[in-house]
Design a protein around this ligand. Structure first.
Ligand SMILES: C[S@@+](CC[C@H](N)C(=O)[O-])C[C@H]1O[C@@H](n2cnc3c(N)ncnc32)[C@H](O)[C@@H]1O
Length: 214
């Protein structure tokens, strides 16, 4: 699908949804105590497409968004690239409940026009052991981690280091403990700022170290 058509489709699909939710102090306390950072923000579609092109996201890749919010990144990847499968994991019950509302509309699109592409939007904490089998399926991982603590990033690193299929990780904040080597910084445009995201990847370790995905 052409990117302009995909963007229009996404705007319609998500027009009644809002990721910028209010939580009660009890909800915030409970999430924070379980390593969940509720800060929300979205990434621009064309930046995602430029990133996908840079890492050659293809039909054999399984894309994973850790902290998937409304699932828009996963849906964008399925509609805008050759990627056949996307998995999103989101802790916020309120966001997840909104995210899955698009599934009936989207399923028809994925089956008829996009040759049986697969989308899984899972609710829960991505640090929880029951999510590890899904995380292990991923080949490319995306983490909109701007507001995540370094403690949370260390815990995510320990999980990702157990996943041999992962060939690329894009994180909005640096990791200190990843086995996969740092490859380059990539500029990503988001709703709140322009981000210098870190790409960790074996195959791109010696590539051009700075680039723009706008
Ligand atoms: C900045 S938002 C990003 C949403 C989406 N990935 C995007 O880029 O549009 C980060 C999301 O991560 C979720 N999150 C934070 N910690 C989490 C955890 N431990 N497990 C699952 N989700 C988490 C938050 O609830 C939030 O929706």
């Amino acid at each position: 699908m052409h990117h302009e058509i995909v963007q229009e489709y996404l705007t319609n699909l998500y027009q009644e949804m809002n990721g910028y939710l209010k939580y009660t102090p009890e909800e915030i306390k409970n999430y924070v105590n379980h390593d969940v950072c509720l800060t929300y923000g979205e990434v621009h579609y064309l930046s995602l497409m430029a990133f996908s092109k840079k890492i050659n996201l293809g039909p054999h890749d399984i894309f994973l968004d850790l902290g998937s919010g409304l699932g828009k990144i996963c849906v964008s990847m399925l509609l805008g690239t050759e990627c056949q499968e996307a998995i999103g994991i989101e802790a916020s019950v309120k966001l997840h409940e909104q995210a899955i509302k698009i599934l009936p509309k989207l399923e028809l699109q994925l089956k008829l026009k996009l040759k049986n592409k697969k989308l899984s939007l899972l609710q829960g904490n991505f640090l929880s052991p029951d999510k590890l089998p899904d995380i292990k399926k991923a080949t490319v991982v995306f983490i909109n981690a701007t507001a995540f603590t370094y403690d949370l990033l260390d815990k995510i690193g320990l999980v990702l280091n157990q996943c041999p299929n992962i060939r690329a990780i894009l994180s909005f904040k640096p990791f200190a403990n990843l086995t996969l080597p740092f490859s380059q910084t990539i500029r990503i445009e988001a709703s709140w700022d322009s981000i210098l995201a870190r790409l960790y990847s074996q195959s791109y370790a010696n590539a051009n170290r700075n680039s723009e995905c706008t």
